[in-house]
Write a new protein. Structure first.
Length: 114
């Protein structure tokens, strides 16, 4: 089965930026909706953005205008550009298919200091 490896997280001050990458070991072009999720301590995992195979994007209200999801099917990679980060964005970030999820990767920690 396709394995997912997230990277690009780190510690950043409020207002800063990070770019997350999600590299898949297999072909993701056939997966219609690829999404980025996050899970903050003590909270449930939430879907923050997804992108369709046609390039349409959807964002949760809390990240609209700040985050941009993109995908490169030739590289089997999904990206999440995060700008104007806030402390409430602190979480472990994961990528996965929105429908029929694959095995979850380890995620990448994003910590935003105030």
């Amino acid at each position: 089965q396709v394995q997912l490896v997230e990277s690009g997280g780190g510690l950043v001050q409020a207002g800063g930026s990070l770019r997350l990458s999600c590299a898949a070991s297999g072909i993701i072009a056939s997966i219609n909706r690829m999404g980025w999720y996050r899970q903050a301590p003590g909270k449930q995992r939430e879907l923050v953005a997804y992108i369709t195979s046609g390039g349409n994007t959807v964002y949760v209200d809390s990240v609209k205008g700040r985050f941009t999801i993109s995908r490169d099917n030739a590289k089997n990679t999904v990206y999440l550009q995060m700008n104007t980060l806030k402390p409430e964005d602190t979480a472990v970030y994961y990528c996965n298919a929105v429908f029929s999820p694959l095995n979850w990767g380890q995620g990448t920690q994003v910590t935003v200091s105030s």
